[in-house]
Design a protein. Structure first.
Lengths: 160, 287
């Protein structure tokens, strides 16, 4: 089941990100579904799964982006690992704790892109127009995804 | 009481017998008589008859409507389904007609442009928020290579930065990381077009003595970027002249609406094979 889910995510997430998600963009900025997925995989499935899916989804994302072919691979793998590590040290996760985690991951990922020169020469404008709104969107969508997954796991636990 | 009733009965029976005999003996006269006698009776009977007819008609109408409604409901649902199907078909046809119009114009443009081009369809946007790019459905197997220019009927779109067998990624001219050499059509002054964060473009390095004006069209210079010379880029909307600066800078509104780009042409060879290239000695020797 888990493999099937990962397989589905690997096949479907990047196409969704580059096609359908355009309709959900706010001022041209879309939530990064791969970032949200990888951090939640790390959080729920462990650091190993997070890193593997981070590399896979990051690689796919780089393939369909005009940027350098390493930024997403590195950032997504690091986010998957961090998600796994955070899960070890958080005793009781709630949406209130997941939101800052997701926003933090998004900001770190954005900084890596800025470091790679993605935002052009005007860094401050890039921070204001891409990094900050994306962090907010990732936080909101990440919490929504976490809430759905947490509910599901709770239901599964009660069935056992 | 019983007896008197029996007497009346007898009288009535005798009258009936007389009447019947009259009918048999004098049929024509009796008919007129019967009609004259029956008229008021008929008028009286007509009242309940009408009432009953009216009630019956209503009941029948209600019944018919109810029965019919059962059929109509099914028919209605079927018609709704048909309408939905036809609406879908109409939408498909409209979409096909629009695509047909666009592709016809693109083909006409492709036929008239001196460059060799490959038509491609935009199948996605950049997978990250950090670059303004689009994904095309044509790649290396169709002759698309990196650094090739991408245009539409309206003007320059961007340049190919990544290619794979059957798809490629184009960096739009509105991306801050993109740079395309262009010239102001009226003054022939050259500059470099770069993208801005607002989805617009900026022309840098315009000579200080240039007489550039707001509204001047900007076209590609054909020197770099894989574009043929003269492809529209945009229109100058404002000009900045820094104090003590060596160049002028101008904001450019792109000709292409990048949010609505669906089909494009990838310029595989900026000039047709019969025409001399930009760096050929023949062209360089021209006055």
């Amino acid at each position: 089941m888990k493999l099937l889910l990962y397989f589905g995510l690997a096949l479907g997430l990047v196409p969704i990100q580059s096609t359908v998600l355009d309709h959900l963009s706010v001022a041209g900025v879309r939530p990064d579904l791969c970032l949200i997925a990888v951090s939640l995989i790390g959080f729920f499935g462990g650091a190993g799964d997070g890193v593997l899916m981070g590399v896979l989804l990051g690689f796919e994302q780089d393939l369909f982006s005009a940027g350098d072919a390493w930024v997403s691979v590195i950032t997504k793998a690091a986010i998957g690992l961090s998600g796994g590590l955070v899960a070890r040290y958080v005793a009781r996760a709630t949406p209130a704790t997941v939101a800052p985690m997701m926003m933090g991951f998004s900001v770190c990922s954005g900084m890596a892109f800025l470091f790679a020169g993605a935002g052009g020469p005007d860094t401050m404008t890039a921070v204001q127009s891409i990094l900050a709104p994306q962090a907010v969107l990732d936080g909101v969508f990440g919490v929504a995804a976490y809430w759905v997954l947490a509910e599901r796991f709770r239901k599964d636990d009660s069935l056992v | 009481m019983f007896r008197s009733t029996s007497g009346t009965r007898r009288v009535l029976l005798v009258l009936c017998a007389l009447l019947l005999s009259l009918v048999f003996v004098l049929p024509k006269q009796s008919h007129t008589l019967l009609q004259a006698v029956g008229k008021p009776l008929a008028d009286i009977v007509t009242i309940p008859l009408k009432l009953l007819f009216s009630a019956d008609s209503r009941v029948e109408a209600v019944w018919d409507r109810y029965v019919a409604l059962r059929g109509v409901r099914e028919e209605n649902e079927q018609l709704r389904r048909e309408i939905e199907f036809l609406r879908g078909q109409a939408a498909d046809l409209r979409e096909m007609a629009a695509a047909n119009r666009r592709l016809t114009e693109l083909l006409r443009f492709q036929a008239h442009t001196p460059s060799q081009t490959v038509a491609a369809r935009v199948i996605g946007r950049d997978a990250t928020n950090w670059y303004r790019g689009v994904v095309l459905d044509k790649g290396e197997q169709d002759g698309v290579r990196t650094e090739m220019g991408v245009v539409t009927l309206a003007g320059a779109v961007g340049r190919v930065v990544k290619t794979r067998a059957s798809s490629s990624v184009v960096l739009l001219i509105t991306d801050p990381n993109n740079a395309v050499t262009s010239l102001i059509q009226r003054t022939r002054d050259e500059g470099i077009i770069e993208g801005t964060f607002g989805g617009q473009a900026r022309m840098k390095y315009i000579p200080l003595l240039s007489t550039v004006r707001v509204g001047d069209p900007v076209v590609t210079s054909g020197l770099t970027g894989g574009f043929p010379k003269g492809v529209p880029v945009g229109t100058i909307t404002s000009i900045q002249k820094d104090e003590g600066g060596l160049f002028q800078t101008a904001d450019v509104r792109p000709e292409v609406d990048f949010t609505k780009v669906e089909e494009v042409l990838v310029v595989t060879a900026p000039r047709s094979t019969g025409e001399p290239s930009a760096d050929s000695p023949e062209e360089n020797n021209k006055p």
